[in-house]
Design a protein around this ligand. Structure first.
Ligand SMILES: Cc1cc2nc3c(=O)[nH]c(=O)nc-3n(C[C@H](O)[C@H](O)[C@H](O)COP(=O)(O)OP(=O)(O)OC[C@H]3O[C@@H](n4cnc5c(N)ncnc54)[C@H](O)[C@@H]3O)c2cc1C
Ligand SMILES: *[C@@H]1O[C@H](CO)[C@@H](O)[C@H](O)[C@H]1NC(C)=O
Ligand SMILES: *[C@@H]1O[C@H](CO)[C@@H](O)[C@H](O)[C@H]1NC(C)=O
Ligand SMILES: *[C@@H]1O[C@H](CO)[C@@H](O)[C@H](O)[C@H]1NC(C)=O
Ligand SMILES: *[C@@H]1O[C@H](CO)[C@@H](O)[C@H](O)[C@H]1NC(C)=O
Length: 526
């Protein structure tokens, strides 16, 4: 009696949370690099695909090319580099099926709390199932949070005055009703990000009118949907060689463009303005609608395949309005300028609510951890949180590239622990090497108590400055302050740089600097 141990709790070496791109990729890496390991994927929803299953608005597609957005271990072979949502969802599902990853998924299982037990050196995971109204428990040696970066249940609260007065339909793209018939309706899309720019040309084909209302403009780059060099390369090489070449092309080309934009902002601005001007119909001026206040790539750049956005602007039933909304009325909007816009449907394409680890409550020996007070080690592990990774990809390149460097890094850490019989790896600002003879670190005035161990602060991290995790000025990134962990100005705590540096680092980089490894019952510092 009185025992709290639950012998029936299922136990895994690795528990992966989320069956989106990052979760499927992490599973592939774990099962190929650590074949003896047991793992499971728990997924809150009833499907594979994450973002690409949730979002169903008309025209949904990637902004990234699938050569780099797809998995490196299952090349994207289709001619179109930018793919629609259905194709991406199918690609993720088929990839999982091909490697038997789908059989490891537990659907309708949402992770709500994760508590690290120092004594057992294991995670105790509490799950909930919405459908069944039940809860469950799991144990894991390592947890991978591939939960994406936003709240699945709630979008960002849009700051639109008097929106509740509107008598028509208000829709957020995250929850697009599958049966919505907007044929012959007057649609207003509020927002200027990738989502608004995607919906606009598709909706214009059926709606009576579509007006995009933006507070501030965005750079919109028209690119050919089908890359002509791709077709040429495919004619001369077998499909898998061609896909390798295309991957390199799409790794290097955007990188050079990004560096160019940051190094020569004036020239980049001129190029973007010139392209927009050439594509715009005469009645729509560049200023103010296509003259952003920021430089290209200070915020995420939008892409439109074959210039579909600009083509739609040439239709008689479309318009773009730049300015502040004074108020929503029963039948539409009034702008600060006095302009009135009629609407049957308002689409609030105003962004995502950023969230870390899918809202899981993280604790260590029952003590709550606030990830936003912690630094991120190599963009992958949270300071003072043992045996856990958060998968955060790139925002200025394909997300998956960053997911994969993180997954490879985790596998290396697991292999190191395996070969040295260690039980945990904990990123720490403490002194993590050269333990004293009794196994503990001593000798500094400033003591840190981490995980029950007294540890000296490593002077090399003293005075570390905080850096932004995501190097973009977009509204939703700005609003995420205080939610995401911090990054620092030195060593493994720095924000992500380029894929090339991260890919090298995930294979050859130092995985002991800033990490405390424990073994031998979890007491000694190794
Ligand atoms: C409309 C849209 C378009 C985008 N286009 C691009 C693009 O072109 N290029 C690009 O690089 N990025 C793009 N992104 C970013 C995109 O989210 C990522 O690229 C990628 O899909 C993320 O994959 P993921 O697996 O990390 O996360 P997600 O796709 O978000 O998947 C996370 C999964 O985890 C599950 N989950 C979350 N919390 C829990 C929990 N507590 N317990 C159990 N399961 C949980 C979710 O249900 C979901 O299935 C886009 C995002 C959106 C919203
Ligand atoms: C993304 O941004 C980082 C930091 O600003 C930069 O170093 C990197 O080269 C960029 N990557 C790409 C592909 O543009
Ligand atoms: C973001 O904006 C600030 C000022 O508002 C500016 O100093 C900074 O350079 C910008 N950063 C990026 C990456 O655009
Ligand atoms: C990693 O960094 C630590 C601390 O800076 C150092 O002691 C160690 O030798 C490095 N390891 C490798 C393999 O370079
Ligand atoms: C590994 O460590 C455990 C304690 O965590 C110990 O019981 C076991 O004997 C060790 N195994 C080897 C091979 O050293």
């Amino acid at each position: 009696m009185g025992s709290i141990s639950t012998p029936n709790t299922e136990e895994f070496d690795v528990v992966i949370v989320g069956a989106g791109l990052s979760g499927i990729n992490a599973a592939y890496r774990v099962q190929t690099q650590l074949p003896g390991y047991t793992y499971t994927i728990i997924e809150a929803r009833n499907a594979i695909g994450g973002t690409w299953d949730l979002f169903r608005y008309p025209g949904i597609r990637s902004d990234s090319d699938l050569h780099t957005f797809g998995f490196p271990w299952r090349p994207w072979l289709a001619a179109k580099a930018i793919a629609d949502g259905d194709s991406i969802r199918n690609y993720i599902r088929e990839s999982a099926e091909e490697f038997g990853i789908d059989k490891k998924i537990q659907y309708n299982t949402k992770l709500v709390a994760a508590d690290w037990g120092s004594d057992e050196q294991k995670w105790f995971l509490s799950t909930e199932s919405k459908n069944k109204g039940s809860s469950g428990k799991l144990k894991a040696r390592f947890v991978v949070f591939s939960t994406g970066y936003y709240d699945y249940d709630e979008p960002l609260k849009a700051n639109i005055p008097n929106l509740e007065a509107f008598k028509g339909q208000t829709i957020h793209p995250q929850f697009w009703p599958e049966d919505l018939d907007y044929t012959g309706k007057k649609m207003v899309i509020i927002g200027s990000g990738a989502t608004a720019i995607t919906i606009f040309p598709v909706a214009a084909k059926k709606a009576a009118s579509v007006t995009m209302v933006q507070r501030s403009p965005t750079y919109i780059l028209a690119l050919p949907a089908e890359d002509p060099t791709g077709n040429l390369i495919r004619r001369f090489f077998p499909a898998w060689v061609a896909s390798r070449i295309m991957r390199w092309k799409y790794l290097i080309q955007p990188y050079i463009f990004f560096q160019f934009c940051r190094a020569f902002p004036n020239a980049a601005r001129k190029i973007m303005h010139k392209q927009a001007q050439q594509n715009l119909p005469k009645n729509i001026p560049l200023d103010p609608h296509f003259k952003p206040r920021y430089n290209p790539w200070e915020q995420r750049l939008c892409v439109c395949p074959d210039g579909d956005f600009y083509t739609a602007l040439k239709n008689g039933n479309t318009d773009i309005v730049t300015g502040n909304i004074k108020s929503v009325t029963e039948t539409g909007l009034i702008m600060d300028s006095g302009k009135e816009i009629d609407a049957d449907i308002i689409i609030t394409a105003t962004g995502l609510k950023i969230m870390l680890a899918g809202g899981t409550k993280i604790s260590i020996d029952g003590k709550h951890v606030n990830p936003n007070e912690k630094f991120l080690w190599k963009n992958t592990m949270i300071q003072d949180v043992p045996n856990a990774a958060v998968i955060i990809g790139y925002t200025n390149a394909s997300w998956t590239l960053g997911s994969d460097t993180a997954a490879l890094l985790i596998c290396r850490i697991l292999k190191r622990m395996e070969s040295m019989n260690l039980t945990s790896a904990t990123p720490s600002l403490g002194r993590t090497s050269s333990p004293s003879s009794n196994g503990y670190i001593t000798g500094s005035e400033e003591k840190l108590k981490v995980n029950g161990n007294i540890e000296a602060r490593d002077p090399q991290w003293d005075g570390m400055k905080e850096m932004k995790l995501l190097d973009l000025n977009s509204t939703y990134v700005e609003k995420a302050k205080g939610i995401l962990p911090k990054t620092g100005d030195r060593g493994p705590w720095q924000p992500r740089s380029s894929y090339f540096a991260d890919a090298w680092g995930s294979v050859f980089g130092n995985i002991t600097r800033g990490v405390r490894y424990e073994g031998g019952g979890g007491k000694k510092v190794v």
